[in-house]
Ligand binder design. Structure first.
Ligand code: AMP
Ligand code: ZN
Ligand code: FE
Ligand code: FE
Length: 292
C-alpha cells in the first residue's frame, strides 16, 4: 500500500486540476492520496470522482495556515465535516486575508518598477479558491521578470523580500479544536521545515497534544534524515500519529514528486481510527472513503 497524505491541486497553488492530480497519483502507483489544498475544500468533489475512475482512494484533507507563538505553522486536517460552520467561517477569514493582500503585493512590485497588475495574477490563478504568493510568482514568470517560482520567492516574495505582505492566519490551538469538533484529525505539516519553527519543540508539541493534536508529518522533503529521526522519536514519545507525504504541487514545486515520501499503512489506520472516534464524539464527520 502506497499512501501519500499531502498534495495540492490548482484549487490552491498546485498546477494540476484535482482530476489530473488523482490521475497522476494512479500513474505514480499510489493506492491512497489525500488532497490537501490550502485553506479550502474546493477540490474534494472532483478528486473523489476521479478516484473512483482510477481506483485510487482519495482522502479529503486541507492544509490550514495558522500561527503559534508568533510563528507560521501549517496544520493538515483530515476528514472534517465541511458543513461545520465555525470551521468554514475561520477558513473564509483566511481566504479573505489571502485576497486582501493581493493588491498590496502587486502595489509593492509596481513600486519596484515591475509592470504587473492584479489581472496578471488573476489570469494565472484561474481555478484557485485560495490565491497565494505562488500565483504572483507565476505571473512574474509569465512577464519574464524571473524564470521560476523559486527565483520569485528568493528575490521578491519570501519573508524578507521587498514585496512580502503578511496575512491573516488562524490560531493553531483554536484550529486544532475546530478540526476535532468537525470530526476531523489534525497533523502538523513539515514542523521543522524551511520556515522558522520556534515553539514547536517537545514542550510545545506536548501542549498541542493536550489540546487534541493527533499527529506529526515527519517524512517530508524539508526534513533531512537526522531531523526525521528526532521528530519520529518525539511523536513516539507523545503517542502521536506519524505521516509522510510529498507536498506535491505539480510543476509548482521541484523535488516533491507524488509518493516521494509515504505514510505507513498502520499509521493511516490510526488516523482513520481517530477520525471515527472524533466523528462519534462530535456527531460530525463522515466515512473515510466515500464511494470506493
Ligand atoms: P502563501 O500561501 O501565499 O503564503 O504562499 C506560501 C506557499 O508558497 C507555501 O505553501 C508554499 O507551497 C509556496 N512556496 C514557498 N516558498 C516557495 C518557493 N521558494 N518556491 C515555490 N513555492 C514556494
Ligand atoms: Zn502550497
Ligand atoms: Fe505547507
Ligand atoms: Fe503543502
Amino acid at each position: 500500500m502506497r499512501i501519500d497524505l499531502h498534495t495540492h491541486s490548482d484549487r490552491s497553488d498546485g498546477t494540476l486540476s484535482p482530476a489530473e492530480l488523482v490521475g497522476a497519483a494512479a500513474r505514480a502507483g499510489l493506492d491512497v492520496v489525500a488532497i490537501t489544498d490550502h485553506d479550502c475544500f474546493a477540490g474534494w468533489a472532483e478528486a473523489i470522482r476521479a478516484g473512483r475512475e482510477h481506483g485510487v482512494k482519495v482522502l479529503r484533507g486541507v492544509e490550514v495556515s495558522t500561527r503559534f507563538r508568533g510563528a507560521s505553522v501549517h496544520l493538515l486536517g483530515y476528514l472534517p465535516d465541511p458543513a461545520y460552520e465555525p470551521l468554514t467561517a475561520e477558513l473564509d477569514a483566511i481566504l479573505a486575508g489571502r485576497n486582501d493582500r493581493m493588491p498590496q503585493i502587486v502595489g509593492r512590485l509596481q513600486d519596484l518598477g515591475i509592470a504587473i497588475t492584479e489581472a496578471d495574477v488573476a489570469a494565472v490563478s484561474g481555478e484557485a479558491a485560495a490565491s497565494g504568493r505562488p500565483h504572483v510568482a507565476d505571473a512574474l514568470v509569465g512577464l519574464g521578470v524571473v524564470t521560476s517560482r523559486d527565483e520569485a520567492f528568493a528575490r521578491y516574495l519570501g519573508p524578507s523580500g521587498p514585496a512580502y505582505v503578511d496575512r491573516y492566519a488562524a490560531g493553531l490551538e483554536r484550529m486544532i479544536e475546530l478540526i476535532r469538533e468537525a470530526g476531523g484529525v489534525s497533523v502538523v505539516a513539515h514542523p521543522w521545515g524551511r520556515y522558522e519553527h520556534r515553539g514547536l519543540d517537545a514542550e510545545g508539541f506536548a501542549e498541542l497534544r493536550a489540546l487534541g493534536l493527533d499527529g506529526i508529518e515527519v517524512d517530508h522533503q524539508d526534513h533531512d534524515a537526522p531531523t526525521r529521526d528526532r521528530l519520529r522519536a518525539l511523536a513516539t514519545d507523545l503517542d502521536l500519529i506519524v505521516t509522510g507525504s510529498s507536498d506535491f504541487h505539480g510543476a509548482g514545486k521541484v523535488g516533491h514528486e507524488l509518493g516521494c515520501n509515504t505514510t505507513a499503512p498502520e499509521q493511516l489506520e490510526h488516523l482513520l481510527d481517530a477520525a471515527r472516534r472524533h466523528a462519534a464524539a462530535s456527531g460530525r464527520g463522515v466515512s473515510a472513503f466515500e464511494g470506493i
